[in-house]
Design a protein around this ligand. Structure first.
Ligand code: FES
Length: 160
């Protein structure tokens, strides 16, 4: 048996066959394990946190958030970078929106010139409170727990 078309089979080729199979099986096995581990790591970065899973953490001073002007705050929890838009709205008070698009979890950007969130991946558009205005997102941006304690803004896990 030969590996390449047109090559002649030799006794040495045949004696190497079990070792080749063993090496191929090892490479496939190691690749599979690494692939599964990689998917797990990527999934943790892409998926928004589970409901109620995060403690309240300080993300800034209330004075530093202008009215009706979403501000992205980033912090680490459980070794994972978190991104949350904190908004002091004039009609609803403080809200916090997870920055993951609800379509395929890309990070949305606040575009102050048009006062909308835009997703760079597939054109999803949300209003300042995270309601879907256009594109493929199936639901509003996820809200996160937010509390104002003194002058400190505290953000926690997903509400719904
Ligand atoms: S990931 Fe945002 S529109 Fe697809």
């Amino acid at each position: 048996m030969t590996d390449e078309p047109g090559e002649k089979s030799t006794l040495a080729d045949k004696s190497n066959l079990p070792r080749r199979r063993f090496l191929k099986a090892g490479i496939v096995g190691i690749s599979g394990v690494l692939g599964i581990a990689y998917l797990g790591i990527i999934g943790r970065y892409l998926a928004p946190p589970a409901i109620g899973s995060d403690p309240l953490l300080p993300v800034g001073k209330a004075d530093d958030f202008a009215l009706d002007s979403p501000k992205l705050v980033a912090y680490k929890y459980g070794g994972i970078e978190q991104g949350v838009y904190v908004i002091n709205t004039s009609d609803e008070g403080w809200i916090a929106l997870d920055f993951h698009c609800t379509h395929l979890q890309c990070a949305v950007n606040w575009i102050s010139a048009i006062k909308k969130f835009a997703c760079p991946c597939h054109g999803g558009v949300y209003d300042m409170k995270g309601h879907v205005l256009g594109g493929p997102p199936p639901r509003p941006l996820y809200r996160r727990v937010i509390r104002i304690q003194g002058n400190s803004v505290m953000v926690g896990g997903r509400i719904g």
